[in-house]
Design a protein around this ligand. Structure first.
Ligand code: SAM
Length: 213
Protein backbone atom coordinates (compact mmCIF):
# COMPACT_ATOMS: atom_id res chain seq x y z
CA UNK A 1 0.00 0.00 0.00
CA UNK A 2 1.31 3.46 -0.91
CA UNK A 3 1.09 6.43 1.44
CA UNK A 4 -1.56 8.16 -0.70
CA UNK A 5 -3.70 5.18 -1.78
CA UNK A 6 -6.60 5.96 0.57
CA UNK A 7 -6.65 9.64 -0.43
CA UNK A 8 -6.65 8.65 -4.12
CA UNK A 9 -9.60 6.26 -3.56
CA UNK A 10 -11.53 9.04 -1.80
CA UNK A 11 -10.85 11.38 -4.72
CA UNK A 12 -12.20 8.78 -7.17
CA UNK A 13 -15.28 8.22 -5.00
CA UNK A 14 -15.97 11.97 -4.98
CA UNK A 15 -15.68 12.43 -8.73
CA UNK A 16 -17.94 9.39 -9.24
CA UNK A 17 -20.51 10.97 -6.90
CA UNK A 18 -20.25 14.17 -8.96
CA UNK A 19 -21.31 12.19 -12.06
CA UNK A 20 -18.18 10.94 -13.84
CA UNK A 21 -18.96 7.53 -15.36
CA UNK A 22 -16.29 6.84 -18.01
CA UNK A 23 -14.51 3.67 -16.83
CA UNK A 24 -11.30 4.45 -18.74
CA UNK A 25 -11.05 7.93 -17.18
CA UNK A 26 -11.76 6.65 -13.66
CA UNK A 27 -9.24 3.79 -13.97
CA UNK A 28 -6.57 6.14 -15.23
CA UNK A 29 -7.16 8.64 -12.39
CA UNK A 30 -6.96 5.72 -9.96
CA UNK A 31 -3.53 4.79 -11.34
CA UNK A 32 -1.78 8.16 -11.77
CA UNK A 33 -0.01 9.40 -8.60
CA UNK A 34 -1.25 13.02 -8.48
CA UNK A 35 1.09 13.82 -5.56
CA UNK A 36 4.06 13.60 -7.97
CA UNK A 37 2.58 16.50 -9.96
CA UNK A 38 2.22 19.03 -7.11
CA UNK A 39 4.84 21.09 -5.30
CA UNK A 40 6.22 19.58 -2.07
CA UNK A 41 4.51 22.29 0.00
CA UNK A 42 1.10 21.04 -1.20
CA UNK A 43 1.74 17.29 -1.19
CA UNK A 44 -0.75 16.66 1.63
CA UNK A 45 -3.47 18.36 -0.41
CA UNK A 46 -2.66 16.55 -3.67
CA UNK A 47 -5.92 14.54 -3.63
CA UNK A 48 -8.22 17.36 -2.44
CA UNK A 49 -10.78 18.31 -5.09
CA UNK A 50 -9.26 21.71 -5.81
CA UNK A 51 -6.73 23.39 -8.10
CA UNK A 52 -3.25 23.89 -6.58
CA UNK A 53 -0.35 26.23 -7.44
CA UNK A 54 2.51 24.77 -9.50
CA UNK A 55 4.67 27.91 -9.64
CA UNK A 56 4.93 30.74 -12.20
CA UNK A 57 1.34 31.82 -11.26
CA UNK A 58 -0.03 28.63 -12.85
CA UNK A 59 -2.11 25.77 -11.43
CA UNK A 60 -2.75 22.05 -11.69
CA UNK A 61 -6.51 21.80 -12.40
CA UNK A 62 -9.05 20.42 -9.93
CA UNK A 63 -9.44 16.60 -10.24
CA UNK A 64 -13.17 16.85 -11.02
CA UNK A 65 -12.46 19.33 -13.85
CA UNK A 66 -9.74 17.04 -15.26
CA UNK A 67 -12.20 14.11 -15.16
CA UNK A 68 -15.04 16.12 -16.73
CA UNK A 69 -12.89 17.48 -19.57
CA UNK A 70 -11.33 14.09 -20.29
CA UNK A 71 -14.71 12.35 -20.28
CA UNK A 72 -16.11 15.05 -22.61
CA UNK A 73 -13.44 14.22 -25.21
CA UNK A 74 -14.85 10.67 -25.59
CA UNK A 75 -11.54 9.33 -26.90
CA UNK A 76 -10.36 5.73 -26.95
CA UNK A 77 -6.94 4.04 -26.84
CA UNK A 78 -4.88 4.81 -29.94
CA UNK A 79 -6.65 8.13 -30.69
CA UNK A 80 -4.49 11.24 -31.12
CA UNK A 81 -5.12 14.03 -28.62
CA UNK A 82 -3.59 17.51 -28.52
CA UNK A 83 -3.41 19.24 -25.14
CA UNK A 84 -2.75 22.98 -24.88
CA UNK A 85 -1.25 23.92 -21.50
CA UNK A 86 0.90 21.04 -20.20
CA UNK A 87 1.34 22.70 -16.78
CA UNK A 88 2.36 20.01 -14.30
CA UNK A 89 1.87 17.20 -16.85
CA UNK A 90 -0.98 15.60 -14.83
CA UNK A 91 -3.66 15.85 -17.55
CA UNK A 92 -1.20 14.51 -20.13
CA UNK A 93 -0.42 11.57 -17.80
CA UNK A 94 -4.13 10.76 -17.39
CA UNK A 95 -4.57 10.64 -21.17
CA UNK A 96 -1.36 8.63 -21.72
CA UNK A 97 -2.40 6.00 -19.15
CA UNK A 98 -5.74 5.73 -21.03
CA UNK A 99 -3.69 4.59 -24.03
CA UNK A 100 -4.21 7.81 -25.96
CA UNK A 101 -1.38 9.22 -28.15
CA UNK A 102 -0.72 12.54 -26.44
CA UNK A 103 0.78 15.70 -27.95
CA UNK A 104 1.06 18.57 -25.49
CA UNK A 105 2.23 22.19 -25.79
CA UNK A 106 3.29 24.54 -22.95
CA UNK A 107 4.42 28.16 -23.32
CA UNK A 108 6.45 28.18 -20.07
CA UNK A 109 9.76 26.39 -20.69
CA UNK A 110 10.51 25.68 -17.01
CA UNK A 111 7.07 24.15 -16.39
CA UNK A 112 7.46 22.02 -19.50
CA UNK A 113 10.86 20.75 -18.37
CA UNK A 114 9.50 19.80 -14.93
CA UNK A 115 6.46 18.08 -16.52
CA UNK A 116 8.76 16.17 -18.90
CA UNK A 117 10.79 14.86 -15.95
CA UNK A 118 7.64 13.62 -14.17
CA UNK A 119 6.29 11.91 -17.28
CA UNK A 120 9.68 10.26 -17.92
CA UNK A 121 9.84 9.10 -14.29
CA UNK A 122 6.47 7.36 -14.77
CA UNK A 123 7.67 5.87 -18.07
CA UNK A 124 4.89 7.58 -20.04
CA UNK A 125 5.36 8.36 -23.73
CA UNK A 126 4.09 11.86 -24.44
CA UNK A 127 5.18 14.21 -27.24
CA UNK A 128 5.92 17.65 -25.76
CA UNK A 129 6.69 21.00 -27.27
CA UNK A 130 7.38 24.50 -25.96
CA UNK A 131 5.45 27.23 -27.74
CA UNK A 132 2.16 28.98 -28.38
CA UNK A 133 -0.57 26.35 -28.34
CA UNK A 134 -3.21 28.74 -29.74
CA UNK A 135 -1.70 27.91 -33.14
CA UNK A 136 -2.04 24.15 -32.56
CA UNK A 137 0.52 21.58 -33.73
CA UNK A 138 -0.25 21.17 -37.42
CA UNK A 139 2.48 18.58 -38.11
CA UNK A 140 0.45 15.82 -36.43
CA UNK A 141 -3.13 16.89 -37.33
CA UNK A 142 -5.90 15.85 -37.43
CA UNK A 143 -6.65 15.13 -33.75
CA UNK A 144 -9.60 13.10 -32.45
CA UNK A 145 -9.52 15.28 -29.36
CA UNK A 146 -8.14 18.70 -28.46
CA UNK A 147 -8.11 19.80 -24.83
CA UNK A 148 -7.32 23.38 -23.82
CA UNK A 149 -6.54 23.75 -20.12
CA UNK A 150 -6.41 27.58 -20.00
CA UNK A 151 -9.25 30.08 -20.50
CA UNK A 152 -9.57 31.66 -23.96
CA UNK A 153 -11.40 34.83 -25.10
CA UNK A 154 -12.62 32.91 -28.20
CA UNK A 155 -11.92 29.49 -29.74
CA UNK A 156 -8.68 29.72 -31.78
CA UNK A 157 -9.42 28.96 -35.46
CA UNK A 158 -6.24 26.80 -35.92
CA UNK A 159 -7.57 24.38 -33.28
CA UNK A 160 -10.90 24.02 -35.11
CA UNK A 161 -8.98 23.45 -38.35
CA UNK A 162 -6.82 20.72 -36.78
CA UNK A 163 -9.77 18.78 -35.34
CA UNK A 164 -10.64 15.49 -37.07
CA UNK A 165 -14.11 14.82 -38.46
CA UNK A 166 -16.13 13.39 -35.58
CA UNK A 167 -13.54 14.73 -33.11
CA UNK A 168 -14.13 16.95 -30.07
CA UNK A 169 -12.51 20.13 -28.84
CA UNK A 170 -12.94 20.99 -25.16
CA UNK A 171 -12.05 24.57 -24.26
CA UNK A 172 -12.94 27.10 -21.54
CA UNK A 173 -14.16 30.33 -23.21
CA UNK A 174 -15.11 33.59 -21.51
CA UNK A 175 -13.62 36.62 -19.78
CA UNK A 176 -10.67 36.54 -17.38
CA UNK A 177 -12.90 36.00 -14.32
CA UNK A 178 -15.21 33.26 -15.53
CA UNK A 179 -15.50 30.88 -18.45
CA UNK A 180 -17.95 28.35 -19.88
CA UNK A 181 -16.62 25.00 -20.96
CA UNK A 182 -17.30 24.65 -24.68
CA UNK A 183 -17.55 21.06 -25.90
CA UNK A 184 -17.33 21.33 -29.67
CA UNK A 185 -17.99 18.38 -31.96
CA UNK A 186 -16.92 18.49 -35.60
CA UNK A 187 -19.26 16.99 -38.18
CA UNK A 188 -17.69 17.70 -41.56
CA UNK A 189 -17.54 21.47 -41.79
CA UNK A 190 -20.16 21.88 -39.07
CA UNK A 191 -19.20 22.53 -35.42
CA UNK A 192 -21.80 21.69 -32.78
CA UNK A 193 -21.22 23.45 -29.46
CA UNK A 194 -22.48 22.44 -26.01
CA UNK A 195 -21.70 24.74 -23.06
CA UNK A 196 -21.21 24.01 -19.35
CA UNK A 197 -21.18 26.99 -16.95
CA UNK A 198 -19.03 28.05 -14.03
CA UNK A 199 -15.29 27.57 -14.57
CA UNK A 200 -12.24 29.65 -13.74
CA UNK A 201 -8.96 28.86 -15.49
CA UNK A 202 -5.68 30.74 -15.80
CA UNK A 203 -5.57 32.71 -19.09
CA UNK A 204 -4.60 31.22 -22.45
CA UNK A 205 -1.90 33.62 -23.61
CA UNK A 206 -0.88 33.75 -27.25
CA UNK A 207 -1.50 35.00 -30.80
CA UNK A 208 -5.07 33.62 -30.77
CA UNK A 209 -5.57 34.03 -27.01
CA UNK A 210 -5.11 36.85 -24.47
CA UNK A 211 -2.19 39.22 -24.93
CA UNK A 212 0.67 39.03 -22.44
CA UNK A 213 0.41 42.54 -20.95
N1 SAM B 1 -3.06 20.69 -17.79
C1 SAM B 1 -2.28 21.19 -16.69
C2 SAM B 1 -2.02 20.15 -15.64
O1 SAM B 1 -2.49 19.03 -15.79
O2 SAM B 1 -1.29 20.47 -14.70
C3 SAM B 1 -2.87 22.43 -16.06
C4 SAM B 1 -2.58 23.60 -16.89
S1 SAM B 1 -2.71 25.19 -16.21
C5 SAM B 1 -4.35 25.30 -15.64
C6 SAM B 1 -2.70 26.07 -17.76
C7 SAM B 1 -1.36 26.07 -18.49
O3 SAM B 1 -1.54 26.66 -19.76
C8 SAM B 1 -0.27 26.87 -17.79
O4 SAM B 1 0.82 26.04 -17.50
C9 SAM B 1 0.09 27.95 -18.81
O5 SAM B 1 1.45 28.29 -18.81
C10 SAM B 1 -0.33 27.29 -20.10
N2 SAM B 1 -0.60 28.19 -21.24
C11 SAM B 1 -1.22 29.38 -21.25
N3 SAM B 1 -1.29 29.86 -22.51
C12 SAM B 1 -0.69 28.92 -23.32
C13 SAM B 1 -0.44 28.84 -24.72
N4 SAM B 1 -0.82 29.78 -25.60
N5 SAM B 1 0.19 27.74 -25.19
C14 SAM B 1 0.59 26.75 -24.35
N6 SAM B 1 0.40 26.79 -23.01
C15 SAM B 1 -0.25 27.87 -22.51
Amino acid sequence: MGRFDDERQEMIQLIKERGIRDRLVLESMEKVPRHIFVQDAFINRAYDDCALPIGYSQTISQPYTVALMTEALRVKPGDKVLEIGTGSGYQAAILAVMGVRVFTIERNHQLLQEARQRLDKLGLRVATRAGDGTLGWSEFKPYKGILVTAGAPTTPQPLLDQLDDGGRLVIPVGNLDEQQLHIIERKGEEFIVRKVHGFKFVPLIGKRGWSNS
